[in-house]
Design a protein around this ligand. Structure first.
Ligand SMILES: O=C[C@H](O)[C@H](O)[C@H](O)COP(=O)(O)O
Length: 225
């Protein structure tokens, strides 16, 4: 386990302490969120009674394997709590997400949740967003058109792929990774990107996050908005 893995596990356990009997809990996606699913599963084995919603097929598979009770989100419109990771987060509770390609479902679940807790290791906290390329989910039909529009904003744009095969999201869309280096005005970029026809969602989470849990070594810091 790397130091960052240990930090992810500590932050995840702290977030899972916030889960109470009867809650409907949104489960994020990625390596940090996976620690939260494991931690939640341990509490369920000790008697915690909750129901969860997964933000991706990967998280759904993990939760099923660990006997975390799941319900499909299609039947719901509101959740109590979401626990998720982030690729970058600043001290204004603004984040870039989508490194794992789950940004669209994550944003829906975050919007539906009364409270959103983001759990991160110490490498994820930044002074300014943008070093991590902004994931933009696009319908495949519009991918070249959106790529050109993002390039006009000054981004170096890459179609996420493996060995020449485009990565497909759980919705069957593509991801364009838009490297901007710095995002000094996240709200303006978010509005501009969201307005491009063919964009399904972007990875800027600007108003959704209520609590950040950051682990540094074996210390954990909780910040509330
Ligand atoms: O699409 C994936 C999510 O937004 C993840 O929460 C994000 O990429 C962070 O992932 P990790 O915890 O693996 O660094």
């Amino acid at each position: 386990m790397t130091n960052f893995d240990a930090e992810k596990a500590i932050a995840a356990a702290k977030a899972v302490d916030e889960v109470r009997d009867g809650m409907l809990v949104g489960l994020g996606t990625g390596s940090t969120a996976a620690y939260a699913v494991r931690s939640l599963s341990e509490r369920i084995k000790r008697g915690l009674r909750i129901t969860a919603v997964a933000t991706s097929q990967a998280t759904e598979a993990l939760a099923r394997r660990l006997a975390v009770p799941l319900v499909p989100f299609q039947q719901l419109s509101a959740l109590d709590l979401m626990i998720d990771g982030a690729d970058e987060i600043d001290d204004r509770f603004q984040a870039i997400k989508g490194g794992g390609g789950a940004l669209l479902r994550e944003k829906v679940i975050a919007a539906a949740s009364t409270r959103v807790i983001i759990i991160v290791d110490s490498s994820k906290l930044v002074a300014q967003l943008g070093k991590f390329p902004l994931p933009v989910e696009v319908v495949p039909f519009a991918s070249e058109f959106v790529r050109a529009r993002l390039a006009e904003l000054g981004a170096r744009v890459t179609l996420r792929s493996t060995d020449g095969t485009p990565f497909l999201t759980d919705q069957g869309n593509y991801i364009l990774d838009a490297a901007l280096d710095k995002i000094p005005a996240p709200r303006a970029i978010a509005a501009t990107v969201a307005a491009i026809p063919g964009v399904a969602e972007h990875g800027l989470f600007l108003g959704e996050i209520d609590t950040i849990i950051i682990a540094r070594g074996d210390m954990v810091e909780v910040r509330h908005r």
